[in-house]
Design a protein around this ligand. Structure first.
Ligand code: BEZ
Length: 420
């Protein structure tokens, strides 16, 4: 699929772009370090105030003259390379039919590779949702081969102003419809999506509508169903006694985690309770609760056509939802990782296990030769000692959920464990 096929004629002609360096030394989220942990001091409000102030407005006109002898394809490649070289952790905003959307880009482009494209959950932003995973030591070997595009739902970016009263927040479907504008701007025609919760839903909706644009999906804590009336009743009842931050914490973490007062949960509680954009978070939360059913079918048009890795923590809030989603997807394309000891946010609590599973997933898609696998992975293949494992669903009639089961697409008959 050519990048030119994205969006309407207006968005193809001119894109308004605001660019700002995403990295500031004062920001603990942006320090790349193997020692970094989600417990490091952090707060979305700790944003360096200069960052938003430094936003520059750049107008990029798409209709540029070609250099003599330059093919349109070469021109596009060169433009992408130039753009991304400037984009080491740079934050951009583009206008879409549903309002402006912000995303941050890391990495240098490799020809013909998809972008790794992340979408965070409600109550989080791209850093609070994904930084521990993308900063994990073994992850560097994988992500160095890809550009990463971390999108943020409107109003969730650091320093975002509170939307005015009466602002109509986009539905999850509309949030999915914003993605083509981002890809068109970056000139990416395909992605590997990594989404958590609401973000997993949004990426799935995007994949249903644009199957050729999605090479693979890692979906953590996905609930593919709309809320039924029982869920609504429970939600309303909870709303009588709980604040929005409390409800969102209950969406992100298990009751056990919330009552355990771990340092991680305390920190995220603090982030969400004191979020300066809590009104915006509530709007995103409402959109999530009003989501439509994705209506997955095992085969046919209403299914995900790409390899999918479903991930959920054992005994986490969305365990049943992910099990149900697994039963509705094509078993020949779907892997399922149920992670022990990971709680509601496996990407925060078990970045090592998830990195290893991601590596096999990417490898199954043909992007990492097995010779690139680290010493760590090879030795773990031999050790077979852990509680989360990888096996293939290709030989199964349905991909299966088990406390120790993950089924990487593209590696049939492959059984491997991921040590803790
Ligand atoms: C990345 O390298 O893709 C990344 C960096 C900071 C936060 C999240 C992701």
């Amino acid at each position: 699929m050519g990048a030119g096929s994205w969006g309407g004629p207006e968005s193809q002609r001119r894109v308004k772009v605001e660019a700002a360096a995403a990295t500031t030394a004062a920001d603990p989220w942006t320090e790349k370090s193997e020692n970094w942990s989600p417990l490091t001091s952090l707060h979305p409000t700790n944003k360096n105030p200069a960052t938003m102030a430094e936003l520059q407005e750049v107008h990029i006109t798409e209709e540029k003259p070609l250099l003599p002898g330059q093919t349109p394809e070469a021109a596009k490649e060169a433009e992408l390379a130039a753009r991304i070289l400037l984009d080491q952790g740079q934050t951009h905003s583009v206008e879409t039919p549903y309002g402006s959307v912000t995303f941050t880009v890391y990495g240098t482009p490799k020809p013909k590779r998809p972008a790794i494209f992340t979408y965070h959950d409600v109550g989080l932003n791209y850093k609070t949702c994904f930084k521990p995973l993308f900063d994990f030591g073994d992850m560097q070997e994988i992500i160095k081969n890809f550009v990463r595009v971390h999108v943020e739902a409107p109003g969730m970016e650091e320093g975002a102003p509170v939307f005015p009263l009466g602002y109509q927040y986009p539905s999850l479907d509309q949030l999915a419809d914003m993605i083509p504008t981002i890809l068109q701007y970056l000139n990416f025609s395909t992605i590997i999506g990594v989404g958590v919760g609401a973000g997993a839903y949004i990426l799935s909706r995007f994949a249903l509508l644009n199957p050729d644009a999605v090479e693979g999906l890692v979906l953590i804590n996905i609930d593919c169903n709309a809320k039924g009336w029982m869920d609504w009743a429970a939600h309303k009842l909870t709303g009588l006694t709980s604040s929005i931050p409390d409800m969102i914490l209950g969406h992100l973490f298990s009751q056990e985690e919330l009552s355990g007062h771990s340092e991680l949960v305390q920190r995220y509680r603090d982030i969400i309770m004191h979020a300066p954009n809590v009104e915006n978070i509530e709007l995103f939360w409402n959109s999530y609760n009003n989501r439509r059913d994705l209506n997955f079918e095992r085969r046919g048009d209403a299914t995900l056509k790409c390899p999918v890795m479903l991930v959920v923590g054992d005994q986490a809030p969305y365990e049943d939802a992910v099990v149900e989603c697994n039963s509705k997807l094509d078993p020949t394309k779907t892997s399922f990782l149920k992670m022990a000891d990971s709680g509601g946010q496996p990407q925060l609590t078990q970045p090592g296990k998830l990195t290893e599973a991601f590596k096999y997933f990417i490898q199954g898609m043909g992007y990492m030769a097995s010779s690139c696998m680290t010493r760590l992975s090879r030795s773990r293949t031999a050790s077979l000692t852990s509680r989360a494992s990888i096996d293939s669903g290709r030989s199964r009639t349905a991909s299966q959920s088990s406390e120790s089961g993950i089924v990487p697409s593209g590696s049939p008959g492959h059984t491997m464990e991921v040590s803790s």
